[in-house]
Write a protein that binds this ligand. Structure first.
Ligand code: HEM
Ligand code: CU
Length: 557
C-alpha cells in the first residue's frame, strides 16, 4: 500500500510542504537566472541595477531559507511517520506550524518584493544574511519570527510522535530515520536560538524605532552562530535521503546503520561551534577563537567522509545485486535512467566538488584570497544549490507518487532533468569559482571587471561571464522541466493509479543491533554540544556585550 493510503492526513501535510517548497524554488530560480544574465551583462532587460539587491534578497531568502526548510518539513514528516509507522498526533497542530511558516513566508516575501515597486513604502533589501547595519521593514523580521517559530513547532510535532511511539515500544532502538530527524532538530533548536535573539531583541526593535542603534558585530556574530548550522539544516535532509532512500533506489541496502548514527551525532556536536569561520575578516573577534573555529570546521570533514564512504558502499552493494562487477564497471549497472536515483547520485557527485572548495573557504589564510568573491556563490551552488536542491527534487520524484497516489507524469522529462541541472551547474559553478580567483566580487550588479583586453579570449573574463550566463539559463530550463513533472503529477493524475510505489525501505546490511546504545542517548549529546558551544563562544560573546548590548565594537579580551 502506498503512503497516501496508509496515512492520508500526513500525506496531505507532506504534499503541502513540498508544494510550497517547489513553488518557492520556481520563483527563486527565475530570480537566479535574472541575476546570472544581469551581472554578466548578457541581458539586462528584466530589472534595473538599482533593483538587483531586491532580486538577490528574494533569491537568497526564497531558496536558501524557504525552499530548503519547507522541503525538510515534507521529507521529515514523511520519514517520522513512515519509520515509526504512526501518524502525527494531531492534524490541527500540524496545520498550525505549517500555517505559521506559510504566513511568515508570505510576509517576508511581500516585504522583499515591495522593493521592486517604487510607490510601495516598504522593502527588505537586506540579503538573506540580514544582519545590521542593513535594516528592513519590521514586517520582514516579523515574518522571519513566525517562520522560525513554525519550524520549532514542527520539531515538537516530530518529538511528540516519537514519545508516543516510545511509550508503546520502551525497549526498541530509535528507528534510523526518526533518529536522524531528532538529532537534526536538536541541532536546529540550539542554533536557531541565536538568530531568534538577534531578530527579537535587536533587529526588530531597531526597525520599529524602539531602540536607536545596535552593535553590528554582535548581530553578525549571532547571525553566524546560526548561519553555519543552518547549512547542515539544508544538508541533513539530503543525507537522510542518501542514507535511507538512495540504497533502495540503487537496488541494495544501507551499508551501516551505526555509521549513519555516528555521523548525525557528530553533526549535532560540531555544526555550531564553527560560526566564526564566516567572520575571519571581522575585526573584534580574537584570532585564537577564529583558529578554534577553523579546527572544528576541519573536524567536520570526518562525518562528511564517513558519509561519502557509507553512501558509495551502499550504492555499490546495490549495483552488485543487479549483476555489476569489476572495480568500477559496476557503476554501469546503476539505474541512471531513474530520475530519483540520477538526481541523488549527481547531487552527491557535485557535493564532493563543493566539499573541496569549502576546504579553501575554511582555511583562515587562503580564505582571504576568495573572501566575498564570486568563488563563494560558486561553492554554495554546489552544496545547497545542488547537493540539497537536486536531492530534494529527486525526493520529489520519489515521494510524489506516494503522497498523491498518481503515477509520475512526463517521465521522459524527469529522466533528463537531473542531467540538465548537472550540466548547467557545471558551467555556472566552475566559472564562478574561476571568476572568484580572478578577484571578481559577489553581490554586485556591476562587477567592474569588463576587461576589454581579455574580450573574447578563452580563459578570460568574458568567457567566464558567458559560461555563467549560459549555465544559469540551462539551470532555469532544468527547473522548468522539474516543475512541469511535479505539478503535472500533483494536478494531472486521476488518483486511481494502480501501480503503487512501495515506500518501505530494506533493512541495513549492518543494523542497529550493531550500534552502541549510547548513540541513542540524545540528552548526553545535546549536553556535550552545549559545552562545546560555551567553549567556542563564551569569551568572545561576553567581551562583545561587556561594553553594553547596543554599543558598537568590542574591547580586547
Ligand atoms: C546567489 C544564480 C539556484 C542559493 C546567486 C548568484 C547567481 C545565482 C548568479 C550570485 C549573485 C551575486 O552574488 O551577485 C542561480 C541560478 C540558479 C540558482 C541561475 C538556478 C536556476 C540556487 C539554489 C539555491 C541558491 C537552488 C539554494 C537552494 C543562492 C544564494 C545566493 C545565490 C544563497 C547568495 C545570495 C546573496 O548573496 O545574498 N545565485 N542560483 N541558488 N544563490 Fe543562486
Ligand atoms: Cu560555515
Amino acid at each position: 500500500m502506498a503512503y497516501v493510503d496508509d496515512f492520508p492526513t500526513d500525506a496531505r501535510i507532506v504534499r503541502w510542504n513540498m508544494i510550497v517548497a517547489f513553488g518557492a524554488l520556481g520563483i527563486g530560480g527565475l530570480f537566479g537566472m535574472i541575476q546570472a544574465l544581469h551581472r554578466t551583462g548578457v541581458f539586462r532587460g528584466f530589472v534595473s541595477s538599482a533593483d538587483y539587491y531586491t532580486v538577490l534578497t528574494g533569491h537568497g531568502v526564497l531558496l536558501a531559507l524557504i525552499f530548503t526548510i519547507f522541503a525538510l518539513c515534507g521529507v521529515f514528516t514523511w520519514g517520522v511517520t513512515r519509520s515509526l509507522d504512526r501518524s502525527l498526533p494531531s492534524a490541527r497542530f500540524a496545520m498550525t506550524w505549517f500555517g505559521l511558516m506559510l504566513l511568515g513566508t508570505v510576509m517576508a516575501a511581500v516585504t522583499i518584493l515591495g522593493g521592486l515597486v517604487p510607490s510601495i513604502p516598504f522593502n527588505a533589501d537586506v540579503l538573506y544574511t540580514f544582519y545590521a547595519p542593513m535594516k528592513a521593514h519590521p514586517a520582514f523580521y516579523l515574518g522571519l519570527v513566525l517562520f522560525i517559530v513554525g519550524t520549532w513547532l514542527a520539531g515538537v510535532d516530530w518529538f511528540r510522535t516519537y514519545w508516543r511511539w516510545r511509550g508503546d515500544n520502551p525497549d526498541e532502538r530509535i528507528p534510523l530515520q526518526t533518529f536522524m530527524v531528532l538529532t537534526t532538530m536538536l541541532m536546529w533548536y540550539i542554533s536557531s536560538a541565536g538568530v531568534a535573539v538577534e531578530v527579537l531583541f535587536f533587529l526588530l526593535p531597531w526597525s520599529l524605532g524602539l531602540i536607536e542603534q545596535v552593535d553590528p558585530l554582535l548581530t553578525r556574530t549571532l547571525f553566524w552562530y546560526f548561519g553555519h548550522p543552518v547549512v547542515y539544516f539544508w544538508l541533513m535532509p539530503a543525507y537522510f535521503i542518501w542514507y535511507t532512500v538512495l540504497p533502495k533506489l540503487s537496488g541494495g541496502r544501507l551499508f551501516s546503520d551505526p555509521l549513519a548514527r555516528v555521523v548525525f551525532v557528530l553533526f549535532l556536536l560540531l555544526s555550531t561551534p564553527v560560526g566564526f569561520h564566516h567572520q575571519y575578516v571581522d575585526p573584534g573577534i580574537p584570532e585564537g577563537f577564529k583558529f578554534i573555529a577553523m579546527t572544528n570546521t576541519m573536524f567536520l570533514l570526518l562525518p562528511s567522509f564517513l558519509t561519502a564512504f557509507t553512501v558509495v558502499a551502499s550504492i555499490e552493494h546495490g549495483a552488485r545485486q543487479r549483476g555489476g562487477e569489476g572495480r568500477l564497471s559496476w557503476l554501469r549497472k546503476l539505474p541512471w535512467d531513474e530520475p530519483a536515483f540520477a538526481g541523488c547520485a549527481l547531487a552527491g557527485l557535485m557535493f564532493a566538488a563543493g566539499g573541496f572548495s569549502g576546504m579553501i573557504n575554511a582555511g583562515m589564510n587562503i580564505n582571504y584570497l576568495i573572501h566575498n568573491t564570486l568563488w563563494v556563490p560558486g561553492h554554495f551552488h554546489l552544496t545547497v544549490g545542488t547537493a540539497s536542491a537536486l536531492t530534494f527534487m529527486a525526493a520529489g520524484y520519489w515521494l510524489f507518487p506516494q503522497i498523491t497516489g498518481n503515477r509520475l507524469r512526463f517521465r521522459s522529462l524527469a529522466t533528463v532533468q537531473p542531467y540538465v541541472w548537472f550540466v548547467g551547474m557545471t558551467l555556472m559553478s566552475n566559472a564562478m569559482h574561476r571568476a572568484g580567483i580572478a578577484g571578481i566580487p559577489r553581490r554586485t550588479a556591476e562587477p567592474q571587471y569588463d576587461s576589454v583586453t581579455f574580450q573574447g579570449v578563452v580563459g578570460g573574463v568574458s568567457e567566464m561571464r558567458l559560461q555563467i550566463a549560459l549555465g544559469g539559463t540551462i539551470l532555469f530550463l532544468g527547473l522548468v522541466l522539474f516543475l512541469i513533472v511535479i505539478f503535472g503529477t500533483w494536478l494531472g493524475g486521476d488518483g486511481n493509479e494502480s501501480i503503487r510505489v512501495n515506500g518501505r525501505l530494506p533493512a541495513p546490511l549492518s543494523g542497529p543491533e550493531h550500534s552502541p546504545k549510547i548513540l541513542d542517548n540524545l540528552k548526553l549529546w545535546t549536553a556535550v554540544a552545549i559545552v562545546l558551544i560555551v567553549l567556542a563562544y563564551g569569551l568572545p560573546l561576553s567581551a562583545l556585550i561587556s561594553d553594553g548590548l547596543f554599543a558598537p565594537g568590542s574591547p580586547p579580551i
